[in-house]
Design a protein. Sequence first.
Length: 160
Amino acid sequence: MAYVHCNQCGHRNPPESNFCSSCGATLDLLNDRTITLNRVDPLQDGSGDDDVVVPIDDIEPDTAVLIVRAGAQAGARFTLSDDITQIGRHPDSDISLDDITVSRRHAEIERSPEGYMVSDSGSLNGTYLNQERVDSGLIHHGDELQIGKFRLVFFERSDA
């Protein structure tokens, strides 16, 4: 299921929603090609001027990206171009998240004909997909991964 993110508060809403269930703001139309991710907690993190803007047309066709929504690397964009992408604190990881809450070999994302699958690699703090701890799970456009204190949003562009 592809979720619709609210441009006012960043809340993730079901795709058929017209209004944000958190703040009541009008949601963008499905054909809008830009998504804005608000900071997770602007009051806790400082000023609210650090929104992350994601122009969907900038994503290469038939590829996917993870964008860090919260954590020290907020705004960082990681393209999932390999068949397997390793995520962890280890500097040799494809996606290196430098924080003690992230295991050295925390998780991996595998690209298959069915889509992208995240799998926990036996991490201490676990891997969360849409706020639920998972050993593995299929990731869809707009889903949120939590790895340690980092929150990453998954976007894919499947059109040509």
